[in-house]
Design a protein around this ligand. Structure first.
Ligand SMILES: [Zn+2]
Ligand SMILES: [Zn+2]
Length: 288
C-alpha cells in the first residue's frame, strides 16, 4: 500500500473561485465521510499552509504578485492553494508520503508570469516545480493535464524548458506539440470509453520516454457533461484515468505523484470522484 497525503484548507473551499469551482468543499468532505479512508493508516490528512511569497516570486513578477494581493480578492485562496501543492511536493520528495491529492480553490494553468485569466492567479504547478528544482535538485518533471482548456500559462512559463513535459488534452494544437517536443497538446474525446482509451494509448509512452522524477496530474473535471466545458464525460471516467496516471508514476517516478483537484464540476460529481481517486492512490481495495 502507498502512503497518501490529502492537502486541504477551508479557505480553499470557502473562498474558491465560485464561477468555476463548484464542488471542492463537498469533494473534500466526502473523504471525511468515507470510513475506508478515515480509518486507513496509510492516508494522512494535512491542512494546507500558505505559500511563501518568495516561492511565488520564483515564477511571477513582483507587479503581478502585488496585483493579485490588492486587486483580485483571491489572494488568500491562491496562496493556500499554491502552498498545498508545494507542501505535498515537499513531503513526497522527502519520502514522508508516496503520493498526494491537493484541493485547490483556484486554477493554475492559465497563469502566466505577469498575468492570468480563467479563475487562475498563480501557476500552482510551476511554483511547485521550481520549488522542487531549487530546494531538492529535481531535474525532470511531467504534468498531465486533462482539463478541457489549453494550459496556455504553464506552457508559456516552461516554453523553452525541455526538462518539463506537459501533456495537455485541449485539442488546440491537434495531435502534435508545436512548441517543442516536451509540450504536447492532444485532442479531446467526447465519451468515457474513447477518452480512457486515448489516455491509455498516449500518456504512458510519453512518460516512459521522458523519464520524469515526479508526475503532476492537473485533474480539471470541466470535461464532465454537467460542467461548463463542452465535453461529455461522466463521473465514471476520472477514477479510470487515475489508475492510468498512477501506473505511469509507479513505473517511472518511483510512485511520486501529485494530483491537483479543483472541483470544477457539480458537487455530486466531485463527491463521487474524490474518494475513488484517493483509494486508487492509497491502493485500498474497496468492498463492492
Ligand atoms: Zn478548464
Ligand atoms: Zn493544450
Amino acid at each position: 500500500m502507498k502512503k497518501t497525503g490529502i492537502f486541504y484548507h477551508e479557505i480553499c473551499g470557502r473562498e474558491a473561485y465560485k464561477p468555476l469551482v463548484m464542488g471542492l468543499e463537498e469533494g473534500f468532505e466526502s473523504l471525511k465521510k468515507d470510513k475506508e479512508i478515515t480509518l486507513a493508516s496509510n492516508i494522512l490528512f494535512f491542512e494546507s499552509k500558505p505559500a511563501e511569497e518568495e516561492w511565488i516570486a520564483y515564477i511571477h513578477t513582483k507587479d503581478w504578485i502585488n496585483y493579485v494581493r490588492e486587486r483580485t480578492g483571491y489572494w488568500r485562496c491562491s496562496i493556500y492553494s499554491a502552498g498545498g501543492v508545494v507542501e505535498a511536493t515537499k513531503k513526497v520528495l522527502r519520502g514522508e508520503i508516496d503520493n498526494a491529492m491537493v484541493f485547490a480553490g483556484v486554477g493554475g494553468h492559465h497563469a502566466h508570469r505577469d498575468h492570468a485569466w480563467g479563475g487562475c492567479y498563480f501557476n500552482l504547478e510551476a511554483i511547485a516545480i521550481e520549488y522542487a528544482r531549487r530546494n531538492f535538485g529535481v531535474k525532470r518533471f511531467a504534468v498531465v493535464d486533462i482539463d478541457t482548456h489549453h494550459a496556455d500559462g504553464t506552457i508559456d512559463i516552461f516554453r523553452d524548458d525541455e526538462d518539463v513535459l506537459y501533456v495537455c488534452f485541449c485539442g488546440w494544437w491537434g495531435e502534435k506539440g508545436e512548441k517543442g517536443k516536451a509540450k504536447v497538446c492532444l485532442s479531446h474525446a467526447n465519451n468515457d470509453e474513447e477518452f480512457i482509451r486515448k489516455v491509455e494509448k498516449e500518456v504512458p509512452p510519453l512518460i516512459r520516454n521522458f523519464k520524469p522524477e515526479i508526475l503532476y496530474w492537473v485533474c480539471g473535471i470541466d470535461t464532465h457533461k454537467a460542467s461548463y466545458g463542452t465535453q461529455k464525460l461522466t463521473e465514471k471516467c476520472y477514477p479510470e484515468i487515475a489508475k492510468i496516471v498512477k501506473m505511469c508514476a509507479d513505473e517511472n517516478c518511483n510512485g511520486r505523484l501529485i494530483v491537483m483537484f479543483y472541483g470544477n464540476a457539480p458537487a455530486w460529481v466531485c463527491e463521487y470522484i474524490t474518494p475513488k481517486i484517493v483509494k486508487c492512490l492509497a491502493e485500498i481495495e474497496t468492498a463492492k
